[in-house]
Design a protein around this ligand. Structure first.
Ligand SMILES: C[S@@+](CC[C@H](N)C(=O)[O-])C[C@H]1O[C@@H](n2cnc3c(N)ncnc32)[C@H](O)[C@@H]1O
Ligand code: SF4
Length: 457
């Protein structure tokens, strides 16, 4: 369910990041929270606004890591305490279905939260079935318009709308068969001249297809066509009204819109739409009002985030292409705690953003603002403890109910049917819960021991 996705992300940003940031700056180094993985650089499409059109891409097959290597990386990350894997990159994950699905399986084997973005055109029934079966958490399907003509025009290939929409439908049908709420289905829209007026209709489409959310982000003008499709001043002025209608319809249909040109106070941010190629300035301006050394760090990614690219290079940011770190030569752990990232952290503490930050994505601004808010609110450890206790109580209640149901129905411990029984699912959810994660996070405190004991019983 989308609320689970949001709950996870909210807690990740507001608590986990804040907690880790606090620990780091007190000298306790911690592993990354999130990994974005570009499993390869293959793509079956050539979308009009995609940066692939302007990149000098080497043949993906010459640089790729093996499936086995990727699965081992996922395993190491699980052992390092990573919470969140996003299968991303400027490629189509399903061009290498075996690698993608094997990595997804390992991510879920370590109870990490899994997200994947896809153009939705290459999914086979058996892949969809497997994705639902392993409990993948969130799937973002890029659909740029509510009608085939506009979507196919933006994607550059006829028939892509039909394929992508039927993938969403098929996911829904497998979710129903498995009686599963996961994965949440999100439609991703890149905002431009051809589709900005269609946002309300995108909510209707999401509802028809059974998607739970709509994610809208401004287009970065990488290509000549992209430059032509950029919103003009007059068009930007129409946006607040369109966004209001989109949100109203979202409420009506139960589809949640996230529009990354709205800041965390939900005010419309025209600056983000018009400055999509000048994010660095906005990130720096944002920190000016803070004197606190943690709050005035313009970007927190070197403390939480790693991107592993198709060629094995590892960085804290997709725009940084000068890294010397490569997963072929070193372990994930050695890279994360290594010299290069340590130096970067020092530079960021000194408020120095490198030039490549000019190419940063607009949604990063919202992420940093949220993290900063979280740091202000949740660096207070007693407050965090209070939250844990209330979550513990909630989970205890849930556990009690499950035990009652189990007793009443004389249920065996394990279900061997292909579909997990409801009570088994509830137990899995309980163990994946934030309470458990938080208790692990503060593993040596009295409270953590109490939490662990309670959850093990
Ligand atoms: C690069 S794609 C890779 C995943 C997959 N191939 C897909 O198309 O969904 C990731 C996301 O970036 C979006 N995207 C493509 N070009 C963009 C641009 N110029 N500005 C912002 N987002 C863009 C895509 O629509 C997609 O939602
Ligand atoms: S947006 Fe996705 S599908 Fe389109 S060309 Fe880029 S990577 Fe391929």
């Amino acid at each position: 369910m989308i609320t689970n996705v949001l709950f996870f992300k909210y807690n990740l940003w507001m608590k986990e990041y804040a907690f880790r940031m606090d620990r780091w700056l007190k000298g306790e180094k911690m592993g990354p929270v999130r990994i974005d993985a570009e499993l390869h650089r293959r793509c079956n499409l050539n979308c009009t606004v995609c940066s692939r059109r302007t990149s000098n891409l080497e043949d993906s097959k010459n640089i790729e890591l093996s499936t086995e290597k990727w699965v081992n990386i996922a395993k190491e990350s699980g052992e390092l305490g990573v919470k969140y894997w996003n299968i991303a990159g400027v490629s189509e994950p399903m061009c290498r279905p075996n690698t993608t699905l094997s990595v997804m399986e390992m991510v879920k084997a370590y109870d990490m939260f899994g997200e994947l973005t896809t153009n939705g055109t290459l999914w086979k029934e058996q892949d969809i079935k497997k994705t639902v079966k392993i409990g993948w958490d969130n799937l973002c399907i890029s659909i740029d318009a509510p009608d085939a003509k506009t979507h196919d025009k933006l994607r550059g290939v006829k028939g892509t709308f039909k394929k992508a929409t039927s993938t969403v439908k098929s996911f829904n049908s497998w979710k129903n068969k498995f009686n599963s709420e996961d994965p949440s289905l999100t439609l991703n829209v890149v905002l431009n001249k051809l589709n900005y007026r269609s946002l309300p209709n995108m909510i209707k489409l999401a509802n028809e297809l059974g998607a739970q959310a709509l994610f809208v982000e401004p287009m970065i003008p990488y290509t000549k066509i992209g430059e032509k499709l950029k919103l003009e001043k007059q068009e930007i002025l129409e946006l607040p009204n369109i966004i209001a209608q989109t949100k109203d319809l979202g409420k009506k249909y139960g589809v949640l819109p996230t529009i990354t040109c709205i800041d965390e106070e939900k005010k419309f941010q025209s600056s983000l739409v018009s400055k999509t190629s000048n994010i660095k300035k906005v990130l720096e301006e944002d920190t000016k009002k803070f004197s606190n050394p943690i709050l005035s760090i313009p970007c927190y990614y070197p403390w939480f985030y790693l991107i592993i690219k198709a060629d094995g290079s590892v960085t804290h940011c997709g725009e940084y292409d000068n890294t010397k770190e490569n997963i072929r030569k070193k372990s994930l752990t050695d890279i994360w705690f290594g010299k290069e990232l340590e130096q970067l952290r020092k530079q960021f503490v000194n408020k120095k953003l490198p030039n490549y930050c000019e190419r940063c994505r607009p949604n990063v601004i919202g992420d940093m603002r949220m993290i900063r808010k979280g740091i202000t609110k949740y660096r207070n450890i007693p407050k965090l403890h209070e939250e844990i206790i209330s979550l513990l109580k909630e989970n205890m209640e849930l556990k009690k109910q499950i035990n009652i149901i189990k007793k009443e129905n004389n249920l065996v411990e394990k279900c061997d049917s292909e579909i997990m029984c409801d009570h088994e699912k509830e137990l899995t959810k309980l163990q994946n819960s934030l309470t458990f994660k938080i208790s692990e996070k503060i593993s040596n405190t009295k409270l953590a021991k109490l939490a662990k004991n309670l959850l093990k019983k």
